[in-house]
Design a protein. Structure first.
Lengths: 193, 193, 193, 193
DNA sequence: TATGAATGAGTATTCATTCAT
DNA sequence: GATGAATGAATACTCATTCAT
C-alpha cells in the first residue's frame, strides 16, 4: 500500500508547505519534489498526476481532521457540549497548523470545479457529524423540531468556515480558538426551542 | 469616463456570460472579446489587464446588488424586518441572474489571493449594511448587547453565502428565495436577547 | 488563406532545413521557429500542431514534385518516353534539393503510423500517374496485357524509392540522374510484351 | 555467451510481440520486460541499451530469415529458379510470422538514422545473395552482361520490400506468396538478354 | 479609437537507465 | 545473476499582452 510508505507522506507534507508559502498557482511539481527531497519522477510513483496530489492531500489531512472531531465529540454528554467541542476542535486544529489553514481556506479553493467536487465528497463526512449532533439536540428537546437539516448544516458550516477564512485572511493575527464560545452561543440560540 | 461608454458594459456582460458558460479557467480574453463583439486589443483600451476585467465585473455587478439591498432595507421599519429584506433581496437577485450566481459563487473564487482581496474590498459595503442592521437591532433591544460585531457579520454572511453556494452547486434546482424565512428565523434566534 | 501568406512558406522551408540538418527527433518546434525567424507561438497561428507542420511540408513539397512530373510527362509522345521522363524528373528534383531528399527518404519515415498514412494519401496522386502511363503502354502494345496494376506500381515505385534512398544513404556522393536510363531500361524490359 | 541463454531469446521474442502490438513508440523497456517475465534491470544484463535490443532483434530474426533463403536457393539448379525461390521464401517467411512482418516493414523504420544504418549492415548478407544469383544469371547468359549490380539489387530489393510493405499496410488481407510468380516474371523480364 | 497578428514565458509528465540490496 | 525503486533530462503548446497600421 503506497499510502503507508514514508515518501507518500513526505510528498503530501511538502505539498502543504509549498502551497502555503507560494500559493496554489506557483506550486510547481518540481518545487514540491525538491521540498520533499525526491526527484520529480518519484512523485509519479506515488500520485497519478498533480491534481491527485491535491486530492490526496485534502483526503489525508481532512480525514485526520474529521476523525479528531468525531473522537472528541462522541465523548461528550449532550448536543450542546458536543457542538461546542466540534467548534473548538475545528478552530484548534487549524490554529495548530497554520500552513494547513492557508491551504484549506484559501489556496485549495482556487482549484477547478472538478477538484472541488472531490473535495466536497470528503466534506460530507464532516457534515454528517453536524447532522448527527443537531438530531441529538432535537431529541434532547434542546433544538426546535421543525429545523430544516440542510439549512442548519449550511448555517453551522458557513459560519465556521467564514470565521476561519476571515482569520486566515487577517494573517491569523488574533486568537481563533477563543472565539469558539461566542460562535457556539449564537448557533445554539439560533436553533433553540 | 470609460465606465459609461457602451463597450465597457458590453465587455463586462460578455465576461459574465463567458465565465458562466466556460468556467474561469477556460475564459480567455479572446473569447470575451469575441462575445463582446470587439477586437482583443480593444479590451485593453477599457481595462488594464485581465484581472481588471474581473475586479470591475465584480465591482459593477456587486455595486448594483448592494445598492438594491440598501434601497430595500432602508424602507423597512425595524431591524428584524430589515434583516429579512436583506436575506430575501440577496437570494432574489442571485435567483434572477443565474449566470451571475455561478460567477460569484463558484468561478470567481478560483482566482488568486490578490484578486480575492480586492473582491473583499467590494464586499465591505455589504458587510457595513449588515453591521448597521445589527446595531439597530441592539438599540431596539431586539439583539443582545454583548455581540461581537465581526462574529455576527461572519455568521450572517457565512450562512447566506454557504446557502447560495450549495444551491448553485445543486444546479439551482430548488427555490432559493423560499428559504429566506427560515434562514432569517435561525439568525434572529441566534442574536436575540 | 493562410497557405499563401509568406510566413507559411517560411516555416515550411525552415522545417525542411532543420529536419535535414538535425534529424527528425532533434527538430524541436522552437528550433524551426528560430530558423524561420518567427516566435514559437507564431507557428501555431499557421499550423495546428507539430505533426501538422510535417504533413503540410510533405503535401506542399510533394504537391510541387508531382505537379512537375505530371507536366513533364504529359508533353511526351508515348509511354516509354513518359516513363523515362518520370524517372528522370523524379531523380532530378531530389538531386536539386538535397535537404528535401534527406527529409523525404530518411527523416519523415521515422514519423508515427498515423502520419505515414497521411503521407501515403499524398503519394496516391503519384501512383495514379504511374498507373496511367502503364495503361497507355499496354494500349500502345508496348507492355503486356496481363500485368497486375498493383504489382507494377509497387515495382516501379519500389525501385525508384530504393534507388533514391541508397543514394541518400551514401551521402549523395554519386550522380543520381545519370542512373535514370538504366533503371528505365530494366523496368521497360520487365513490363514488355 | 549471453546469446545462448534462455532469457536472451525470451527478451527478443517479447520485444517482437510488444512492438507489433503496441507500435514502436509505445514499446517501453518496462513493457518488454514484463512480457518477457523479467525485471526491467535484467534487460540491461543482456543488452547494452534499448537500441541494442532492436538491433539484436533484427540481427537474430533476419539472420534466420537470410539463412533460410540461402538454404533454399542453393539447392536450385539455375539463376531463374533461384530467384523465384528467393522471392517465394521471402514472402513465405513474412507471411508465416505476422508480428515479425509488422515489426520489420513498419515499426523498425521509425527508428533513428543510426539504428537504420546498423540494420542495413545486416541486410548486406541478403543483398549478397541477390548479387550472387544475378551474377550466375549473367554467366548462364540468362541476364544481360552490362547490368549495374547496384541498380539490379535496388530494383529487386525495392520491389520485394515495397510489395511486402503494401501487403502489411493493407493489414495482410490478401495472399502475399501467390504474388511471387508475377513479381518474378517482371524482374526476370527486366534483366533478360 | 480600433484592430488582430505576433510575441515568448512558463511546466507537467514520461521513460531509459542505474545501483543498492 | 536478478530485482525494481528511484532518477532527472527534455519539450510542445497556450494565451495575456503589445503595437504597427
Amino acid at each position: 500500500m503506497k499510502k503507508n510508505k514514508p515518501k507518500y507522506k513526505q510528498i503530501i507534507d511538502a505539498a502543504v508547505e509549498v502551497i502555503a508559502e507560494n500559493g496554489y498557482h506557483s506550486s510547481q511539481v518540481s518545487k514540491i519534489a525538491k521540498k520533499a527531497g525526491v526527484a520529480d519522477g518519484t512523485i509519479y510513483l506515488y500520485f497519478k498526476n498533480k491534481e491527485d496530489i491535491l486530492v490526496s492531500l485534502f483526503q489525508n489531512k481532512m480525514g485526520q481532521f474529521i476523525e479528531k472531531i468525531e473522537q472528541e465529540t462522541t465523548s461528550r454528554q449532550n448536543a450542546e457540549e458536543k457542538l461546542l467541542t466540534l467548534i473548538e476542535t475545528h478552530f484548534e486544529q487549524l490554529s495548530l497548523d497554520h500552513h494547513l489553514a492557508i491551504v484549506t481556506q484559501l489556496e485549495l479553493r482556487q482549484s477547478n470545479k472538478e477538484l472541488r467536487l472531490k473535495i466536497n465528497d470528503v466534506l460530507k463526512r464532516y457534515l454528517a457529524v453536524i447532522d448527527q449532533i443537531v438530531a441529538e439536540g432535537v431529541e434532547e428537546n434542546l433544538f426546535r423540531k421543525q429545523l430544516d437539516a440542510r439549512l442548519v448544516r449550511q448555517m453551522i458550516f458557513g459560519t465556521l468556515d467564514e470565521t476561519v477564512t476571515n482569520w486566515v485572511m487577517k494573517d491569523q493575527r488574533y486568537n481563533l480558538t477563543s472565539q469558539a464560545k461566542e460562535v457556539h452561543s449564537m448557533i445554539v440560540h439560533g436553533l433553540s426551542t
